[in-house]
Design a protein around this ligand. Structure first.
Ligand code: DC
Length: 240
């Protein structure tokens, strides 16, 4: 076979940027900004765990019933859409749950089901399937360590628990939800503990991750640092 044909048959490299970090670190916003600039897809992996938590509630499955949750995860009927106004819309079994899965209660259920190894395996291939041309920005806790260990760029975004709780507080008020700042700090700390201490795929920076602390950095500054890092990676630089 000629070198020319061999080159044409070689699998196309689909670049991935993994953005991991704790709840409220701004991963979602940063992931969307970076993806928009590069023209890449986005995987909001936390939404999948939130959806599973919601499905568990809907089907009266306890958040520690690993066998039943594994089945539910394997058959999770979800759709990630964009509505007429260009806003992201998430359907669970055909029903719009875009806002319902963003409550603190949904986050807590997500963190509980996410601690179960068989649930994580059942969702692995579904997450990896988001890697489509031209590329993917994957947002979560274990994107750079487990789901996309060969990601072209790994970012670990963090911020103090207080700063994250305050951001969450403002977001919830803006969306018209009731919220208590003190309760949010407590909740964020409990969720951090559960996410970092679980035995499987705990929240931690990948060895080669660029760690960014956004406590005192605005969104634009964080996005700029991600672009600076991306510009040093040939597979990504061509999209900038
Ligand atoms: O990013 P988020 O707050 O929407 O995530 C909700 C929960 O899902 C989080 O507390 C832990 C879990 N999660 C996870 O274990 N692994 C991921 N890749 C993403 C989220």
């Amino acid at each position: 076979m000629s070198a020319e044909i061999e080159k044409k048959m070689a699998p196309v490299h689909i670049p991935v940027i993994a953005i991991d970090g704790p709840s409220g670190s701004g991963k979602g916003t940063i992931a969307h900004r970076v993806a928009t600039r590069l023209g890449f897809h986005v995987l909001d992996s936390g939404a999948l765990y939130r959806l599973l938590g919601a499905a568990a509630q809907r089907h009266a499955v306890a958040v520690d019933n690993e066998a039943a949750l594994e089945v539910l995860a394997a058959h999770l009927d979800v759709q990630f859409l964009v509505d007429d106004q260009g806003e992201a819309q998430i359907l669970l079994e055909g029903e719009d749950v875009t806002n319902a899965i963003r409550t603190e209660e949904a986050g807590r259920a997500a963190s509980q089901v996410a601690a179960l190894p068989r649930v994580r395996s059942a969702l692995l291939a579904r997450q990896q399937a988001f890697r489509e041309v031209p590329g993917l920005v994957a947002d979560g806790r274990d994107m750079g360590t487990v789901v996309f260990p060969a990601a072209d760029l790994k970012i670990f975004l963090t911020a103090s628990a207080e700063a994250r709780a305050e951001r969450r507080y403002r977001q919830l008020l803006e969306k018209g939800f009731d919220a208590s700042l003190a309760a949010l700090v407590e909740d964020i700390q409990a969720r951090d503990d559960r996410d970092t201490q679980r035995s499987i795929a705990p929240l931690k920076p990948a060895d080669t991750a660029l760690v960014l602390d956004s406590t005192d950095l605005g969104i634009d500054a964080v996005v700029q640092r991600v672009f600076d890092a991306a510009s040093a990676v040939p597979a990504l630089a061509k999209y900038l």
